[in-house]
Design a protein around this ligand. Structure first.
Ligand code: MN
Ligand code: MN
Length: 473
């Protein structure tokens, strides 16, 4: 190791990766990421993408394989690569989450008012409600019929598709609303998505009319919601579903359209769900490269992080434990599960809040992360007096520093914001329960949880490098 510098300044990734070869690789990686972010807008879509890429890289759904892939309920996936050392002599794990805040359709979504057909929503995760108004939305999800058949829904992404929207109040009539507290001004029950407008009679002459007229005749007098009926007819034509099927549906209204380059230099990436799909993508990229590793490598992608890691597919579930149990049985049958967990080293790969140029006062500048300065460690998360934090021990932070510096990978160290101003948690504390060493480590983003989050192309590149260095260490 070189003689150490007396003072530490985070390195800017644009300087670290100034070489033409790095810039070229950065562009190729970023283009692939933008494509991924544009297409994968639900946890299920992310899992499908991961499975496709992993299979192509030789991962199999077989307990005997050296490269394994295990999917759970279409919403979790565990990837594992066997190392030269036994599992109980240490392994490397990167965990990230595939869900993002959005507007979920309620189970009874459809109704009509004032000449428009709408869907009621129930927001998922921490959204700032006003950011979801008066913007084009797409509908992604799954409807499962009684037969068990799962119908995939994606409307609003193809340029030829229609989009949907939650209308906002005009300023002329918003005077009372503007006097209210922001937390009270926007009501969850008003986050309703416009789905249709043309009533069935006016739609006469269009496809499917003969059937519709026959149905109408049958329901004469009982049909007080012609627009709702029209919506159901269109869904039935397109997907073969009926109203009752919506009870067993997971339909998510998400920002419509592809991720976009931001800035004259196209150096920033704007899109929905960088939190935490950028970490999923970087972990996957890092996982699929390199020769047979010394220590086993694991990547784990969850659902439900945005609502507290609950449920069978969240990080509090036992899916991961069961997966490691099976890996142990195949790769290191003599080992005790506790040995394996205690020797595991992990990264909770989640995004950090970059210092916002317009709200710098909310950050402690000495302990804030900057976009473009590489993935950011949060030694601890939580809020107030470090409540509900995973706090990585100093020994582990030192080891991580050494790993990254040896690989020449830039990184920074920060907290989420000023103490007592807010806070947040990640999956780290749930994994820490196993006694493994774990720390939060991921790129810093701007506009986190908004429909159009910003991440740096250079951070994306740096994060893949850093995760690869960690996995190989
Ligand atoms: Mn996150
Ligand atoms: Mn989040």
């Amino acid at each position: 190791m070189k003689k150490e510098e007396l003072t530490f300044t985070p390195k800017n990734c644009w300087d670290v990766y100034a070489a033409a070869k790095d810039r070229k690789a950065m562009d190729v990686l970023a283009a692939r990421y933008m494509e991924f972010l544009s297409v994968c807008k639900t946890e299920r879509e992310v899992v499908d993408y991961v499975v496709e890429k992993a299979r192509a890289a030789g991962f199999e759904e077989s307990a005997a394989a050296d490269r394994q892939l295990r999917v759970f309920r279409g919403k979790n996936v565990l990837l594992a690569r066997r190392g030269k050392e036994p599992l109980s002599k240490g392994s490397r794990l990167i965990g990230a989450h595939a869900d993002s805040p959005r507007l979920d359709f309620k189970q009874h979504p459809l109704y009509e008012e004032c000449g428009v057909g709408l869907a009621k929503t129930h927001y998922y995760g921490g959204i700032r409600k006003h950011q979801w108004l008066a913007a084009p939305l797409a509908l992604h999800g799954v409807v499962v019929k009684k037969s068990g058949e799962a119908v995939r829904v994606v409307i609003g992404e193809d340029p030829a598709d229609p989009v949907f929207t939650v209308p906002d109040l005009l300023p002329h009539l918003a005077q009372k609303q503007m006097e209210r507290k922001l937390s009270e001004a926007f009501e969850a029950e008003k986050l309703n998505v416009v789905l249709a407008h043309e009533p069935p009679a006016a739609a006469k002459g269009k496809a499917g009319d003969a059937d519709r007229d026959a149905d109408k005749e049958k329901d004469k007098g009982a049909d007080a919601s012609p627009l709702k009926r029209r919506i159901l007819e269109m869904l039935n034509e397109r997907y073969g579903i009926v109203e009752e099927d919506l009870y067993s549906a997971e339909l998510q209204a998400v920002p419509a359209g592809p991720a976009r380059w931001v800035g004259l230099d196209r150096a920033l990436m704007g899109g929905y769900g960088h939190d935490d799909r950028i970490c999923v993508f970087c972990a996957l990229e890092a996982m699929l490269v390199g020769a047979a590793p010394r220590h086993a490598q694991l990547a784990l992608f969850w659902d439900k992080e945005e609502i507290g890691s609950e449920g069978a597919t969240g990080a509090k579930s036992r899916f991961f434990e069961y997966g490691v149990q099976d890996l142990a049985a195949a790769w290191d049958p003599e080992a005790r599960l506790s040995e394996i967990f205690l020797e595991m080293r992990a990264v909770s790969a989640d995004v950090s809040a970059a210092m916002d140029p317009d709200y710098q006062d909310l950050h402690d500048k000495l302990n804030a992360s900057l976009i473009g300065c590489g993935p950011c460690f949060n030694k601890f998360t939580g809020h107030r007096g470090k409540y509900a934090a995973n706090d990585a021990d100093a020994e582990y932070v030192a080891w991580m520093r050494a790993v990254l510096d040896k690989a020449g990978a830039p990184w920074q160290m920060a907290e989420l914001g000023k103490v007592d101003l807010g806070g947040g948690g990640t999956v780290a504390k749930h994994l820490a329960e196993y006694g493994m060493r774990i720390i939060d480590f991921g790129p810093a983003v701007l506009s986190m949880h908004s429909p159009f989050e910003l991440a740096s192309k250079a951070d994306l590149y740096a994060t893949v490098k850093a995760y690869a260095a960690f996995l190989a260490a």
